[in-house]
Design a protein around this ligand. Structure first.
Ligand code: AMP
Length: 397
């Protein structure tokens, strides 16, 4: 069966068409600037040249229709008929406490996703628009929702509660939810598979280090803690997001800079992280590494602070895990930056973590990178959220 995986943003739509038997990606692409001037669809069929389609796209409905047209086009298409798509899997960011696993979409599920928009105002409404657009363009094709938060729902209350008045949890559901769950699930399962062990027998720390970044502690196959919180702002220092800080900084900065709460929030999400800390050099580690190598002190500071925060989280997760068997690095930075892995592991030498420098000197491959005498197995496990979504969609059918 062919599964269309959709990741819908407020003005964008990413897609992959995956053959569930071979797990091959038949085509992938991105629609940008939906509802804005300059709409563009970049379609990449496997084994053929990419195609750019520039045409006005008033809304997501039109964007989905153009994606389908691209998939069945006689030149750059990869299927001959829409009926070949057996199911659609949608990435949905927030499933709240309601969803601890993927579900087939029904009118009730859509209502729940809409209600959960209060917790993810930038993401859930966009995800819902994508679901509706696919329903309209592919009537009768089963649609599934795969939630970013679902894998983390196994956390105990001691991991997910904040030290706030309890009534905020009751009234507003303020708690840690965690994100990147599909990736943490996939990477921890794949790490166990590569090691020829059962995930149920392992204590795994997954470091999903991309532009957004989070760490999770997976004990006996279940998430017991994760670094992102009510929103994807908590935890690690990210590309442009601050991660953990003293909450009193918010009102202090607001007062000093004359910013509203929403404006401070914007600074924490878009102007902070390694980008902000480096004095605006970049949120991209390739640029930061180059600047640091050129002697830029702020870039060096941003990188050192980043390494330290990652290592601190890994070590902290030895508490819920009661030890660590495996550390798995994933996502853009985790997969492609050997220096990040080396610097983080250097700080964890006290717990017997030891890298094999030659094995670590690579990008984007599934590989064990720890030395043979390391007490903890360190691995690179490239994440594949789209494949995980396709697999979960198929499992639901
Ligand atoms: P993601 O959000 O997982 O797509 O990760 C994107 C980030 O990965 C970029 O912003 C870069 O910081 C990082 N990245 C990608 N390629 C490399 C590379 N070759 N070396 C270092 N960092 C990289």
């Amino acid at each position: 069966m062919k599964v269309l995986v959709i990741n819908c943003g407020s003005s964008s739509l990413k897609y992959q068409l995956i053959d569930s038997d071979s797990e091959a990606v038949l085509a992938k692409g991105l629609v940008e600037r939906i509802g804005i001037e300059g709409s563009i669809l970049t379609h990449r069929p496997a084994g053929k040249d990419k195609v750019e389609i520039k045409t006005p796209m008033e809304d997501h409905n039109i964007a989905v229709k153009l994606v389908i047209d691209a998939l069945i086009d006689k030149d750059h298409g990869v299927i001959s008929d829409l009926s070949e798509i057996g199911a659609v899997g949608h990435r949905v960011v927030h499933g709240g406490e309601k969803f601890n696993k993927a579900v087939l979409i029904t009118p009730e599920v859509k209502k729940d996703i809409e209600e959960l928009s209060a917790l993810a105002p930038l993401h859930n409404p966009a995800n819902l628009i994508g679901i509706n657009a696919c329903e309209q363009n592919m009537p009768g094709v089963p649609q599934a929702a795969i939630f970013d938060t679902a894998f983390h729902q196994t956390m105990p209350a001691s991991s997910y509660m904040y030290g706030l008045p309890y009534e905020y949890y009751e009234k507003y559901k303020i708690r840690r939810y965690g994100f990147h769950g599909t990736s943490h699930d996939y990477v921890s399962a794949r790490a166990a598979e590569i090691l020829g062990k059962k995930r149920e027998d392992l204590k795994i720390v997954v470091c999903h280090l991309g532009n957004g970044a989070s760490i999770s502690a997976v004990k006996n196959g279940k998430c017991v803690d994760t670094s992102m919180g009510l929103t994807p702002l908590e935890g690690l220092i990210m590309g442009t997001r601050s991660g953990d800080l003293d909450p009193a900084i918010l009102s202090y900065v607001g007062e000093k800079e004359g910013l509203s709460a929403a404006e401070v929030n914007n600074v924490l999400n878009k102007k902070s992280g390694v980008f902000g800390l480096s004095g605006g050099v970049s949120s991209d580690f390739r640029d930061l590494n180059a600047a640091a190598a050129d002697g830029n002190e702020k870039a060096k500071l941003a990188l050192d602070t980043y390494y330290y925060r990652v290592a601190k989280y890994v070590a902290a997760y030895a508490v819920p895990l009661e030890g660590i068997d495996v550390i798995a690095f994933a996502a853009g930075v985790g997969e492609n930056d050997p220096q990040v892995r080396a610097k983080v592991c250097e700080k964890l030498a006290f717990m017997g973590v030891k890298l094999d420098a030659a094995k670590n000197d690579m990008r984007g491959e599934e590989q064990i990178i720890s030395a043979d005498d390391s007490k903890v197995t360190v691995m690179v496990v490239p994440t594949n959220e789209e494949l995980a979504i396709a697999r979960q969609t198929i499992a639901l059918l």
